[in-house]
Ligand binder design. Structure first.
Ligand code: NAD
Length: 365
């Protein structure tokens, strides 16, 4: 059977790592017809926008995509194409498994957790403005009422919407994920001691939903304490469910527990649509040098294969990645540095991918 999948190579290291993932998927014998479309700063001149309509149309048509990272200008410029895609298709659940692999170069060998990040609201809603623009409006009045302070000039405001509906949807997703994947515990992460209204609502909803799943243990942790706990005892965690911004930050922290961003895959899931992409960004510092670690994107492609029902191919690829990493002989510079303190002896993106494909040819699961 031929699967129809949209491919967005992205920019920075995106084209290098998506190419690696495509090669590995092809070597696993899965027949995919890739519909390649481009998005990001590089297409603005041609199409007038970083996320052209035909990209949206392609994803709507096929319902599934493999994506490379796309650069977002810092502090100004267009809004994130990555966030816009999640909003366009209501991809409310970001699923990011973090599991140790032998030879990943991490300080830990016992990490096996899954981040479930709410993708649709929170400070990522992008509702921001200068206080000057609201003047004596309702927000300024509320600030005065709650804090006794006037909003001064040169004050910027960001709004953090947290809804009962989106909180319930993501916490329920986390519990259903735990059940479906043999997981034992869900940890809801929040800052409800300080943000009593927004994170308070999220926590109340999490507790209510947890009561419907007596077979899965539940706990909640304040985000700062959760970060310390993850670094000290990652084995204490199983499934974590977090509002958008904490989910973003804790995802990168957790990637650091398993060898770094080059190792951490992910998926953005909605009802009827899914986009698979690594946790990391476009890594402009190493783009175009054939040094990026493609593991995160290859493992994201494995999540895509599971989604398509190609579970045997996904398992074979994961096994081939494990074998390649555990040999320690052919690893990219990020892992090499973590293992030895130096880049010396590292292989490039292409050679690492060749080694995975070679291991795949011997892999029966
Ligand atoms: P980044 O994740 O791109 O890079 C952080 C560090 O990790 C860098 O040192 C980089 O070299 C390293 N790194 C990342 N991926 C790697 C890989 N596969 N192999 C080896 N090393 C790797 O984060 P950043 O530098 O903060 O962001 C760069 C750009 O990416 C920004 O414009 C940001 O907005 C964007 N971004 C996009 C996405 C996405 O497309 N989903 C996600 C995060 C960031």
């Amino acid at each position: 059977m031929t699967h129809e999948v949209v491919l967005i190579p992205g920019d920075g290291i995106g084209p290098e790592i998506t190419r690696a993932a495509q090669r590995v998927v092809a070597a696993a014998g899965v027949d995919i017809s890739w519909h390649e479309v481009q998005a990001g700063a590089g297409v603005i001149d041609q199409y007038g926008a970083p996320l052209p309509d035909h990209v949206i149309d392609a994803i709507r048509t096929y319902g599934v995509a493999l994506k490379g990272p796309i650069t977002t200008p810092v502090g100004s410029g267009f809004r994130s194409v990555n966030v816009a895609l999640r909003h366009a298709f209501n991809l409310y659940a970001c699923v990011r498994p973090c599991a140790s692999m032998p030879g990943d170069g991490s300080r830990y060998d016992n990490v096996d957790l899954v981040i479930i990040r709410e993708n649709s609201e929170d400070l990522y809603a992008g509702i921001e403005f200068d206080a000057d623009s609201v003047g004596a409006g309702a927000i300024a009045d509320t600030v005065k009422k709650q804090t006794g302070k006037e909003l001064g000039p040169q004050t910027a405001i960001s709004i953090k919407p947290i809804s009962r509906a989106a909180s319930e949807r993501i916490v329920r997703y986390a519990f259903e994920y735990a059940r479906a994947n043999g997981r034992k515990k869900v940890t809801a992460v929040h800052k409800a001691n300080i943000m009593k209204c927004t994170d308070g609502l999220y926590l109340h909803v999490a507790r209510d939903v947890a009561a419907e799943y007596p077979d899965i243990a539940f706990e909640d942790k304040i985000v700062d304490a959760a970060c310390m706990g993850l670094v000290m005892h990652p084995e204490d965690f199983d499934v974590l469910v977090l509002p958008n911004l904490y989910g973003d930050i804790v995802s990168d922290l957790s990637a650091g527990l398993i060898g770094g961003l080059g190792m951490a895959p992910g998926a953005n899931i909605g009802d009827g649509c899914a986009i698979f992409e690594a946790t990391h960004g476009s890594a402009p510092d190493i783009a175009g040098q054939d040094v990026a670690n493609p593991t995160a994107e290859i493992l994201s492609a494995c999540m895509l294969l599971d989604h398509l029902g190609e579970t045997t191919a996904a398992a074979r690829i994961r096994a081939a990645v494990r074998v390649t990493l555990s040999s320690g002989a052919s690893v990219t510079q990020d892992v090499r540095r973590a293992l030895t303190g130096s880049y010396d002896g590292a292989v490039g993106t292409t050679q690492f991918t060749d080694e995975v494909i070679d291991a795949l040819s011997r892999m029966v699961v």
